[in-house]
Design a protein around this ligand. Structure first.
Ligand SMILES: C[S@@+](CC[C@H](N)C(=O)[O-])C[C@H]1O[C@@H](n2cnc3c(N)ncnc32)[C@H](O)[C@@H]1O
Length: 258
């Protein structure tokens, strides 16, 4: 697993927060959870919000990154922070709200994971999930091409980055046997980013992490990023006012157990 850096991840906090807040506001109002888990809680902002919104609930934030959890602890929120792997998440009892924002795209085997998460829910419990949908977008394709060509290709071939996303209908099929109420939608945010290389900066805190870690040295990293910058400049030209428009589609899933 890559080393997450909370400062770099926070660079575009306002943009990253927006889908998390959209997911939070979509949680059914009548849910009165006693047991809440935030899987891949990162620096803990949403787990803290959930704890404030549900003062009677026990709230846990799980993440594999010690750096992110250290930042989360600094919030002083009424949340139990747990270092662990979502892939082996096995709560002691049924969960009323499983919240997971921008994390499950890093976890393997969604056909097995989603039924397992639904199975962890209490009766009428809710799974609330958001993941980026980037398979068909230009920046992801050109990144894939840069990874697969050039002197680093052999070394990067085995690197596990963000897992390929599945069709929305697949998630419906995996959840429907246990969850009679399912709401799935996508939203495309058109981020207006400032700066010289905003897409590189954006991905530096997430998608690029495992590739940069596998590159040999500073020089190779610079060559890799230069190659990608050239492609990004073509596909996402900076506008006259200095803004780069960065469309970003996210998949939202709300599933409620019967
Ligand atoms: C893009 S960040 C999202 C953080 C937070 N949910 C948010 O929305 O701000 C992804 C987080 O998932 C965590 N993560 C990735 N794979 C994981 C795994 N298998 N188990 C636990 N946490 C994981 C990373 O450490 C990181 O903190």
């Amino acid at each position: 697993m890559p080393d997450w850096n909370p400062d770099i991840y926070a660079l575009y906090q306002a943009y990253r927060e927006r889908p998390a807040l959209d997911l939070l506001t979509a949680i059914p109002r009548d849910l009165n959870p006693g047991e809440i888990w935030d899987l891949g809680c990162g620096a803990g902002e949403q787990a803290a919000l959930l704890a404030a919104r549900h003062p009677g609930a026990t709230v846990h934030g799980l993440d594999s990154s010690p750096e992110m959890l250290e930042r989360a602890r600094g919030l002083g929120a009424r949340v139990g922070w747990v270092q662990g792997d979502i892939a082996s998440f096995a709560p002691a009892g049924p969960v009323d709200l499983l919240f997971t924002n921008a994390a499950l795209q890093w976890v393997d085997d969604h056909p097995a994971l989603f039924p397992r998460l639904a199975g962890a829910l209490a009766p009428r419990g809710v799974l609330a999930c958001q993941m980026p949908l980037v398979a068909d977008v230009a920046w992801r394709k050109t990144l894939g091409e840069i990874v697969a060509t050039g002197p680093w290709a052999a070394r990067l071939a085995g690197v596990q980055g963000v897992r390929p996303s599945h069709e929305a209908g697949d998630y419906y099929d995996w959840l429907a046997p246990l969850c009679p109420e399912i709401d799935i939608w996508t939203t495309t945010y058109l981020h207006a980013l400032h700066g010289q290389d905003p897409i590189v900066d954006w991905t530096m805190g997430t998608t690029l992490l495992p590739f940069l870690e596998a590159l040999r040295d500073t020089e190779e990293k610079a060559a890799f990023l230069d190659a990608w910058r050239a492609r990004l400049a073509r596909d996402y030209p900076r506008r006259a006012d200095g803004v780069t428009l960065f469309p970003f589609t996210r998949l939202f899933i709300l599933a409620r157990r019967g």
